[in-house]
Design a protein around this ligand. Structure first.
Ligand SMILES: [Cu+2]
Length: 187
């Protein structure tokens, strides 16, 4: 009677142990890999500025070599487009991408206003840099490595009053996150 009882207890304990191992195995092989995937994908997306909210400027391949016939001074070669016009509250974040193998910078001609830096993100192919202009005006910039590279950003004041432009910018920022998700998926 007592030996039969301890056999039953032993079987129950064995079932509990098998169940616990099975649960651990399920966790390691089914749940844990998903957590790994989640953490790696959160580091993956680079900053991508949606075209609807940004003005995009590309530094094309070959920009590090002077244009043919170059005889010094600044040219329209190196930033594409070299001159852009943006509107505050609409597309006043300018987003530069270096498609060239040579290092470049986006350096404001107004000292200290903005500068991607001589060791900054635009020194790598595929690197990006962005700056948001908040005051109307015309701003010129250059590449600190290549004398022929000169760009211009003309910033226009947005339309509407202060309070309505606030609501416009908050709806605009939700549009930013929506389309950056789209961009990350298509990349
Ligand atoms: Cu350059």
């Amino acid at each position: 009677m007592s030996s039969h009882g301890s056999t039953v207890v032993g079987v129950v304990v064995a079932i509990l142990i098998v169940g616990a191992i099975g649960t651990l195995g399920y966790y390691q092989f089914e749940i844990a890999p998903n957590q790994t995937t989640t953490s790696s994908s959160s580091t993956a997306p680079a900053v991508n500025c949606p075209s609807a909210q940004c003005a995009n400027v590309t530094i094309p391949a070959g920009a590090g070599t002077p244009p043919s016939g170059y005889s010094g001074g600044k040219t329209t070669f190196g930033y594409s487009p070299d001159a852009i016009t943006v509107v505050i509250g609409k597309n006043n974040t300018v987003f530069w991408t270096n498609d060239d193998s040579a290092p470049h910078t986006v350096t404001s001609d107004t000292a200290g206003m903005f500068d991607s830096g001589s060791t900054g993100p635009l020194t790598s192919q595929g690197g990006t840099y962005q700056y948001t202009f908040t005051t109307a005006g015309t701003y010129t910039y250059h590449c600190s490595f290549h004398a022929w590279m000169q760009g211009t950003v003309k910033v226009l004041a947005g339309t509407g009053t202060g309070s309505s432009s606030n609501s416009a910018s908050s709806s605009a920022s939700s549009a930013v996150s929506t389309s950056s998700t789209t961009t990350a998926t298509s990349t």
